[in-house]
Write a protein that binds this ligand. Structure first.
Ligand code: FES
Length: 121
């Protein structure tokens, strides 16, 4: 069973808002869009800037580093189907009126750390 990263109140974010959850070695970006929560690694798959610093429009957060658009639902570069560079997508569930983010990172990624370019997965 996946380990819980965090439990938060269901109203912890307003619609269209982002939050960074500190979780070394990979921080987590939590986003709320149209009432649904999405969680991906906070490190941009390009050069690891914090995506939580970027603007969120619809399901796409724009990296403040060099402008890559990342879809918070898939962790992929928006408009791309390539999985070569992507953010890891965490499991988010509602449990007992709380929002729970689960750590479902493959063990080998946790023990090895990020790739040289900061991407995971
Ligand atoms: S670090 Fe995100 S686009 Fe370069």
């Amino acid at each position: 069973m996946a380990e819980e990263i965090v439990r938060l109140p269901l109203d912890c974010l307003g619609d269209g808002e982002l939050m960074r959850i500190e979780r070394p070695p990979f921080n987590v970006l939590l986003a709320r869009v149209d009432g649904a929560y999405h969680a991906i690694t906070d490190n941009c798959p390009h050069a690891a800037w914090s995506l939580s610093e970027g603007p969120l429009r619809g399901h796409v957060v724009t990296c403040p580093g060099h402008g890559w658009p990342i879809d918070v639902r898939t962790g992929l570069v928006a408009g791309s189907r390539s999985i070569a560079r992507r953010c890891h997508v965490y499991e988010v569930r509602v449990d007992d009126a709380e929002l729970v983010v689960y750590d479902n990172l493959p063990v080998e990624l946790v023990t090895l750390g990020a790739d040289d370019d900061g991407s995971v997965g």
